[in-house]
Design a protein around this ligand. Sequence first.
Ligand SMILES: *[C@@H]1O[C@H](CO)[C@@H](O)[C@H](O)[C@H]1NC(C)=O
Ligand SMILES: *[C@@H]1O[C@H](CO)[C@@H](O)[C@H](O)[C@H]1NC(C)=O
Ligand SMILES: *[C@@H]1O[C@H](CO)[C@@H](O)[C@H](O)[C@H]1NC(C)=O
Ligand SMILES: *[C@@H]1O[C@H](CO)[C@@H](O)[C@H](O)[C@H]1NC(C)=O
Ligand SMILES: *[C@@H]1O[C@H](CO)[C@@H](O)[C@H](O)[C@H]1NC(C)=O
Ligand SMILES: *[C@@H]1O[C@H](CO)[C@@H](O)[C@H](O)[C@H]1NC(C)=O
Ligand SMILES: *[C@@H]1O[C@H](CO)[C@@H](O)[C@H](O)[C@H]1NC(C)=O
Ligand SMILES: *[C@@H]1O[C@H](CO)[C@@H](O)[C@H](O)[C@H]1NC(C)=O
Ligand SMILES: *[C@@H]1O[C@H](CO)[C@@H](O)[C@H](O)[C@H]1NC(C)=O
Length: 685
Amino acid sequence: MALVTLSIFLCVVFVDTEWGSKLTADHSLCKLEKRSADCNGRWLGSVPVDLPAETEELLLDANVIQTLRNTSLGQYQFLQSLRLCKNGLELIEPGAFLSSRSLSFLFLANNALFMNCSMTAAALWSLPALRKLDLSGNQLTEEMVATLIQQLSSLESLSLARNAIMRLDDSHFKNLFRLQDLDLQQNYIFEIEIGTFESLHRLQYLNLAYNYMPCIVDFDLAQLRVLNVSNNRIEWFLAAEYNATFELETLDLSHNRLLFFPLLPRLNKLQTLLLTHNQMNFYGKLFNDSESTLHLQSLYGNVTNVTITNLWEEISHGALPFLSFLDMSWNQVRYLPERFFEGMVSLTHLKLSHNCLDTLYIHELLNSLVHLDLSYNQLMDLQISLGPAVTLPNLRWLNLSDNRLQALPAEMFTHTAKITTVDLSHNPVEICALHGSTTGGTSPSCTEFRNAGSLRNLFLTGCGLKVLGSHVFRSTSLEHLDLSDNPSALLGGLVSLQNVAPSLQVLSLRNTGLSAASINADFAAFQKLRNLDLSENSLASFPESLIGLRLSILDLRRNCLNSLPQHVMQNQLGKSLRMIYLSQNPYDCCSLEWWDALHSRRTVHIADMSQVTCNYSSRLISAANLPESILQSCRWLSVDIVLLYLVMALPTCLALLVAFAIIFLTFRQQILQMVKSRYRTSSPY
Ligand SMILES: *[C@@H]1O[C@H](CO)[C@@H](O)[C@H](O)[C@H]1NC(C)=O
Ligand SMILES: *[C@@H]1O[C@H](CO)[C@@H](O)[C@H](O)[C@H]1NC(C)=O
Ligand SMILES: *[C@@H]1O[C@H](CO)[C@@H](O)[C@H](O)[C@H]1NC(C)=O
Ligand SMILES: *[C@@H]1O[C@H](CO)[C@@H](O)[C@H](O)[C@H]1NC(C)=O
Ligand SMILES: *[C@@H]1O[C@H](CO)[C@@H](O)[C@H](O)[C@H]1NC(C)=O
Ligand SMILES: *[C@@H]1O[C@H](CO)[C@@H](O)[C@H](O)[C@H]1NC(C)=O
Ligand SMILES: *[C@@H]1O[C@H](CO)[C@@H](O)[C@H](O)[C@H]1NC(C)=O
Ligand SMILES: *[C@@H]1O[C@H](CO)[C@@H](O)[C@H](O)[C@H]1NC(C)=O
Ligand SMILES: *[C@@H]1O[C@H](CO)[C@@H](O)[C@H](O)[C@H]1NC(C)=O
């Protein structure tokens, strides 16, 4: 105890002398470092007056300064950055910044500046060098905002997030000629009139996320680079008919109510287009009527302007030559129009998961596509026109899980030479057996994995696979294979995996029909295996061949194991194993020596330790907290056996004894005579 106190004391002394004097100057409340004073969270009611006069950065977040007075900052003439967030600040007196003319960064988030807005505004107007202003979370309405910012022509970045703004027009951002970054997220904006951002010639980043915008029509901010309108109620996005090139690189329209693919600027530099969680579909097939047009009426004061757009002309999205990331997941797309991908020459990531696609034809040359997610659709037919002009030469990652596919396009892997990962889980696929033929015919009935030389990760969970043939993975070098939830797949044992045994590192065989009999087909060849899942099979004994592997994770849950061999931990496996899952096996409570050995080994983590139970006279008991009484009964059980032998031996002995006695009594005369005669004969006289 004394030692501990001493070392704490030494630490305090160390901090106080070394750090205290070298890096920060002395101040009772604030941490001073270079030209910065950190007074965050000190319950200060006013700005400290005794900080160094040359302070350039003053941090006063999370204090209780309700009013910033005329005199508060008087002596800090070199102040460039001031943080006063989360103070309950209600008023900045008009003269407060008069002596801090070089202030460039002002953070006033999470205060109550709505209270005395006009006076605070007067204070802000006296800041000629202000570049960044954060007014988020101040309950400001659009009128208050207009008052506060109207003179701040030097401003480059402005945050008005989390306020009470409802509508915006050209009176609100009149003089902000230098503004580049405007954050309006989490307000109640439902209307932005044409011309609102007209004078913001340098605006590049506009965030309108989490508002109530019903549509964006005539979008004409050609200089904007990032527009974020996610989490609104947008049903339409229409760019202005404009011949200028839009600088837009990122458009986030996710989490809205879009019914149609947005009508994007004809000339654009769009790289990222996020459309996830909308209600988009294409309708050309539904309404085969080229006359269908969309009449949009926009009100400009007293003028009604009608824009006519041919809605069903589905590729009116224009070319998207720079688009590299397109996310259309979680929509209601039933099909993609012909030539949809035309011109998307830079597309690398395409997400179409969680839609209603039932067929997909990819005929365009998607040279750059690397990552294609088609999971959770209803695809029965996937056609990729493979051939001399290969469509997907760079594809590496293909997710087709949760569809209705029976097979992949024939010779798919011959043409996608860089593919490493394929997820076909939850599809009724069939894997071609050794002599099965896939040649001829455009729609093969089984999927051929042999010779898929680039494939490394293959997921086939829950595909209802039949018993796998012996060389289905020949000439592949799979590293990660998931065959789980195919209860028949390995009824024939491990022979079907022999081709990939030397390369596999992660193997999931959960619920694949492995049983004690087939398991004898051993794991010895799986020398690179690190992670093995054998759960939910019917293993009645621990596969001995695992002992020589360098596994680091092993899952044995839900099998029929009575016990584990005690020597498991003394072999190669014991040296490499880091994590093991053991629960839901009918272990015998009276032979848990292996458990003790495993438990005492600090290098192995039993991940489901508290769930491991053992079976004692048909009761389930937690193996980790086995009561002493059970242990004793187990010992008694072994002692009992000795007793049992004794009890069984006793009647025999008794019977022998009785028999001996009867014999003795019956033949007593003769025996005595015999003895006598013997005695007589040997008598010395
Ligand atoms: C603060 O300064 C402003 C402008 O200099 C002045 O109008 C106002 O009266 C001053 N307020 C106080 C309380 O001194
Ligand atoms: C600030 O506003 C509050 C409430 O709106 C008011 O009571 C108070 O007098 C105002 N202070 C000044 C200096 O105007
Ligand atoms: C858009 O804003 C939301 C909310 O702040 C954010 O979660 C999302 O990541 C933003 N989108 C982009 C593309 O930055
Ligand atoms: C845009 O350019 C095309 C031809 O390049 C022309 O036909 C069209 O009228 C122009 N549109 C506008 C709005 O200027
Ligand atoms: C659409 O209509 C045209 C003629 O009006 C017809 O030639 C074409 O086959 C139709 N397409 C579909 C998909 O019904
Ligand atoms: C619209 O209003 C302006 C005046 O506010 C008027 O001069 C103009 O004629 C009106 N236009 C129409 C089409 O009514
Ligand atoms: C209405 O549309 C026409 C043509 O599209 C355009 O020339 C005109 O400027 C628009 N009016 C307004 C007020 O935007
Ligand atoms: C494929 O997509 C599904 C659902 O979107 C996901 O759960 C799964 O992890 C993905 N597969 C891979 C290999 O990432
Ligand atoms: C426990 O063991 C007995 C006899 O070995 C067996 O009949 C019973 O089914 C086992 N109970 C459980 C839950 O495994």
